[in-house]
Structure formats: structure tokens, C-alpha cells
Design a protein around this ligand. Structure first.
Ligand SMILES: *[C@@H]1O[C@H](CO)[C@@H](O)[C@H](O)[C@H]1NC(C)=O
Ligand SMILES: *[C@@H]1O[C@H](CO)[C@@H](O)[C@H](O)[C@H]1NC(C)=O
Ligand SMILES: *[C@@H]1O[C@H](CO)[C@@H](O)[C@H](O)[C@H]1NC(C)=O
Ligand SMILES: *[C@@H]1O[C@H](CO)[C@@H](O)[C@H](O)[C@H]1NC(C)=O
Ligand SMILES: *[C@@H]1O[C@H](CO)[C@@H](O)[C@H](O)[C@H]1NC(C)=O
Length: 310
């Protein structure tokens, strides 16, 4: 009888603050949220930021719970001025910097995307030197994907609204400026030439994969983190990576899709402006910067590379 009375008074205590009238939600919320913790600690025991230095610096290291090596202070471009990151839990993701999207003969309009290559190479070098992972996240359709891809995707990636020009159809030969003829291969199909990273990015990836500083992930939607789980998502979870610097093409499509899913799933997202670009109208890029600033941080590779040397 006494136990029942205690239980119902506990219930009344929590019920005032609860939306759901289930015992489970009370247990879950009471076990994680702690409103007596300092107000500048945002989050719970497992996933939190600390706001430092009068609201100018966000500490993303989760260092109460997880070990730190040598955290770095990264100056940001947007409304959040600085972030402190733990290198061993931070990765750089480059999305879709593939021949299909960047080669001048396959995507003549992608001038800004090609300009993002050198900054991307620079930030990747700095990440590798700090034992921070470089993650290549690219379209790489396989036979199983072909069976399950929705009609909207098949239509969007065709040139005639029919299957025979969509994913994994032969794109024919291409003649480079020096006369070399390459087999462009099947459209964004896993292993094809057009799905390889463009230009000097390709040898950079091959070298990074061989030396273990880089990892490569195929994706079958715009986002590399959609749905319940993807290979990239599983890798990030198992490696306890919390913080993602993100670039690539197109910034408002596959980069944005990956960034917003990462944000939804609780990762810290940093949009690296000069490592990203789009062929879409200017307002699409503005949307990405506006919302990435709200959801996370905006960065420039130049400042990131400098900060990582400190
Ligand atoms: C809540 O936070 C305070 C202050 O950080 C701490 O002393 C206390 O142990 C926390 N309570 C729980 C249940 O985690
Ligand atoms: C903290 O920042 C606020 C503005 O956000 C400012 O008014 C205040 O003077 C600052 N305090 C210190 C000690 O710098
Ligand atoms: C695709 O199929 C249509 C017939 O439905 C045909 O007219 C067209 O030439 C085909 N295109 C290619 C690239 O095979
Ligand atoms: C021709 O140009 C392509 C693209 O720049 C390059 O990959 C290839 O090695 C070149 N081939 C020769 C024979 O120079
Ligand atoms: C960002 O870095 C690029 C070089 O990658 C530089 O040209 C540009 O001016 C920088 N932008 C800002 C806002 O600092």
C-alpha cells in the first residue's frame, strides 16, 4: 500500500511536465534530461555542447564523458563564432565530387564545383595530418538499388524521362582534350569511370584509402545518411564520431541532404562553404548557408587549415 502511494506521488510529480502519459517516457526523460545541470550545457549525458566565453564559443568535445587528445579551436564564419572540436571524433565528408558532376565535358556548368577542388584537397590534407578521417560519400548504384529506386529518382536522373537513360545506363565514350578516349561507363553506377572522383581528387582518394586515412562510402539517394541506417551512418556511430565538416556538390542537393540528415541524427554539422558548390540558382546556395548556420556552423577551409596547425 505504501509503495502504491509513493508511486502515484512520483507520477504526479512528473505528470505536470509530461506530454505522454506513459511510464516509459517518464523513465526515459527522467533518466537523461537534467534541468539542474548548468544552463549553458545543451543536451544530455551522451550528446551535449557547452557554451563558453560569454556565448562566443561552442565546446563540441563531450569531454566530461569521452577522452580528448588535443582539442582545436576553429573560427567560424556564421553566427556562431568559434567551436572547439575533438580531432579523433571529427571527420571531413566530401559528397559527389565525381566525374559525372565535375568533369568539364560532362558538366560544363560546374565551374564553382571545380573551383572547390583545391580547397577540398587542402582541408583533406590538414585533416589527415591531424588523424581526422576523410570520408568520400558518392553515388554508387548497384543492381539491388536499381530494383528499389523510386520512380522520382529514375525520372530525375534520366535525360528523356525513361529508364533507358537513367541510372546505370551506358554513357558512351568521351574524348579528353589530349585525345585520350575514356569509357564514361554506366551512369553513377558503382565502379564506373563517371562515378569516380574528378581530376586530382581521384589519386588523392586512392592514396588516402591505401594509407587508411580515408574511407569510401557508396550512397543510393541524395543523402548518405537517409533512412534507419546506411554504411556511412554505421561507421560514424561505431567510431563515435560526433562532428562532421561537410563539402561537395551539389551543395543544395546531395550535400544538403547529407547535412540535414546528419543534423537530424544528432551530429554536429559544419558546412565548409568554399569546399562546396552548386549549379543551381544562387538562391539555392543562400538557402544552404542560411540554414546550415542555424543548424550548425559555417566554415572556410582556409581558417580551418590554419586552426588545425595551432
Ligand atoms: C544533474 O546535474 C548536476 C549538475 O551538473 C549534477 O550534480 C547531478 O548529478 C546531475 N543529476 C543527474 C541525475 O545526472
Ligand atoms: C557578454 O556578451 C554580452 C552580449 O551578448 C555583452 O553585453 C556583455 O558585455 C558580455 N560580457 C562580458 C563580460 O564580456
Ligand atoms: C529509349 O527508348 C525509346 C523507346 O521507348 C527510344 O525511342 C529511345 O531511342 C531509347 N533511348 C536510348 C538512349 O536508348
Ligand atoms: C589525358 O588527359 C586526362 C585528363 O586530364 C589524363 O587523365 C590522362 O592521363 C591524359 N593522358 C595522357 C596520355 O596524357
Ligand atoms: C574562403 O576561402 C577561400 C579560399 O578557399 C577564399 O578565397 C575566400 O575569400 C574565403 N572566404 C571568406 C569569407 O573568408
Amino acid at each position: 500500500m505504501k509503495i502504491l502511494v509513493l508511486a502515484s506521488s512520483t507520477w504526479a510529480f512528473y505528470a505536470a511536465a509530461q506530454v505522454y502519459d506513459t511510464q516509459n517516457s517518464i523513465t526515459a526523460i527522467a533518466g537523461t534530461a537534467n534541468l539542474s545541470q548548468p544552463a549553458d550545457t545543451l543536451g544530455n549525458y551522451y550528446n551535449y555542447w557547452k557554451l563558453l566565453d560569454n556565448g562566443t564559443t561552442w565546446d563540441l568535445t563531450r569531454s566530461d564523458r569521452m577522452p580528448v587528445t588535443s582539442p582545436k579551436v576553429i573560427p567560424m564564419l556564421g553566427s556562431k563564432k568559434k567551436a572547439i572540436i575533438e580531432p579523433s571524433r571529427t571527420a571531413f565528408i566530401t559528397v559527389d565530387m565525381q566525374n559525372f558532376f565535375l568533369h568539364p565535358k560532362l558538366s560544363p556548368a560546374a565551374v564553382k564545383g571545380r573551383n572547390a577542388v583545391q580547397p577540398t584537397l587542402n582541408i583533406m590534407k590538414a585533416f589527415r595530418e591531424n588523424d581526422m578521417k576523410v570520408l568520400w560519400v558518392n553515388w554508387g548504384i548497384d543492381n539491388f538499388d536499381l530494383v528499389t529506386l523510386p520512380p522520382s529518382f529514375l525520372d530525375g536522373f534520366s535525360t528523356n524521362h525513361q529508364m533507358n537513360t537513367s541510372f546505370c545506363t551506358e554513357m558512351g565514350p568521351l574524348t579528353e582534350d589530349n585525345g585520350t578516349v575514356v569509357d564514361v561507363g554506366k551512369k553513377l553506377c558503382r565502379g564506373s569511370w563517371n562515378a569516380q572522383p574528378w581530376g586530382s581528387l581521384y589519386p588523392s582518394m586512392v592514396e588516402g584509402l591505401a594509407s587508411g586515412t580515408d574511407l569510401y562510402f557508396n550512397k543510393n539517394r541524395l543523402s548518405g545518411l537517409w533512412g534507419a541506417q546506411t554504411p556511412l551512418g554505421l561507421y560514424l556511430q561505431e567510431s563515435e564520431i560526433t562532428t562532421l565538416f561537410i563539402g561537395g556538390v551539389n551543395s543544395d542537393q546531395c550535400v544538403w541532404g547529407t547535412l540535414i540528415d546528419a543534423y537530424f541524427k544528432g551530429f554536429d554539422v559544419v558546412y565548409v562553404e568554399d569546399c562546396a558548390a552548386t549549379t543551381s540558382p544562387w538562391y539555392a546556395e543562400q538557402m544552404v548557408r542560411y540554414n546550415a548556420d542555424g543548424n550548425g556552423f559555417l566554415a572556410n577551409s582556409t581558417y580551418v587549415v590554419e586552426a588545425l596547425k595551432a
